[in-house]
Design a protein around this ligand. Structure first.
Ligand SMILES: C=C(O[C@@H]1C=C(C(=O)O)C=C[C@H]1O)C(=O)O
Length: 96
């Protein structure tokens, strides 16, 4: 459970700005929770694929698919997208 956003310092003494910041932060916290939930769901699904493939005698990894995923993130987010995709992949299948 995250801390109460209303109790956190906004970084300004101007009341209207502080209220706006607090309102925006509430949505930011919702988005962060969604990202965490999606991250964990993706990781579990990736592990499930790996288990299924290896139990059938297949490979642990399919690097051509990983390259496509990294490229998708890079096209959408730029160089940071590459880093995000690499962390996402590692969270699922583990380190290379
Ligand atoms: C999940 C899979 O297995 C591995 C993990 C991947 C992923 O987390 O997206 C992609 C390719 C594979 O190296 C898959 O093949 O889809």
């Amino acid at each position: 459970m995250s801390a109460d956003v209303k109790a956190q310092p906004t970084g300004t003494d101007a009341a209207p700005a502080a209220e706006e910041i607090t309102a925006i932060r509430e949505r930011i916290d919702e988005i962060d929770q969604s990202l965490i939930d999606l991250w964990l769901e993706r990781s579990r699904l990736s592990q499930q694929v790996g288990r299924t493939r290896m139990a059938s005698g297949g490979t642990r990894l399919v690097l051509s698919r990983e390259r496509e995923i990294v490229e998708r993130f890079r096209e959408a987010l730029g160089p940071d997208g590459t880093q995000v995709a690499l962390l996402l992949l590692r969270a699922g299948r583990g380190p290379l």
